[in-house]
Design a protein around this ligand. Sequence first.
Ligand code: ATP
Length: 300
Amino acid sequence: MSISLQHISKSFKGVTAVKDISFEVKEGELFGLIGPDGAGKTTIFRILTTLLIADEGTATVANFDVIKKYKNIRDNVGYMPGRFSLYQDLTVEENLEFFATIFGTTIEENYDLIKDIYIQIEPFKNRRAGDLSGGMKQKLALSCALIHKPKVLFLDEPTTGVDPVSRKEFWEMLKRLQQKGITILVSTPYMDEAALCDRIALIQDGKILQIDTPEEIVKHYPKNIFNVKTDNMYKLIESLNKYPHNHSVYPFGEFVHYTDERSNFNPKDLYNYLENKGLKNIVIKPTEATIEDTFMELAR
Ligand SMILES: Nc1ncnc2c1ncn2[C@@H]1O[C@H](COP(=O)(O)OP(=O)(O)OP(=O)(O)O)[C@@H](O)[C@H]1O
């Protein structure tokens, strides 16, 4: 196992950040921690990167215990924290040199690993990190986290605040790093990114709701789910929320995802109800559950 947590708990002055968390990440796996703000993701990262000591439980990274062998862990992991890790007043190149130096290496020695990523920001190597765009900062931070060839890479919300094109590119980069044998633990609040991981843990209020492959997680969604659309989104949501048989009602892009509490639900009944409410251009059609639907269902 590359990462292992057994019954980890951590509280801050009476606030429980994580409670009895256990999971394992295999070598070479791309594993996602998926959950909203405050779910406990950063606390898990800080415990695994030896920056915080858990109240209870044990954890190992690259087979080193986070307490007894914390120095070995620091040599073997790369960490890209959610909030910015770069020195804003140093240039792109100076930041990278700084991280290389503290790990006793050089940019040249490890250039192969970061080349794909660094090449995109190299034209700006003399620019201060503070003056880079969000996507470029993220590429520099990833290059810095990789400069000492870590076995395990920890990425805390690496795509938060990054535009959709850069997000897509970032995930492609992660896949390439994974192919080079690096184990990756990544957190994200974006449910669409969860599908790009090998396995995910859905996490809320410091507890794990479910761990599995993204495919298995959606397969176990317990209800039939429908895409509903009309001429008036606001009135549609209001009407669905008032419908006495609703089980769940969530806006989802141009549709509302609707589930009914009855096992013998006939969409025609809902159609008639919405028509009576004065809604027009009503569409009700079955759809597949997404990870977001599963998360909402588990979090109820
Ligand atoms: N140093 C601290 N002191 C007090 N409370 C803390 C501390 N660190 C975390 N917490 C609390 O623990 C809970 C989990 O926080 P954590 O940062 O791990 O969540 P998260 O999933 O990473 O969310 P975010 O994306 O908002 O950072 C939150 O309620 C948070 O307020």
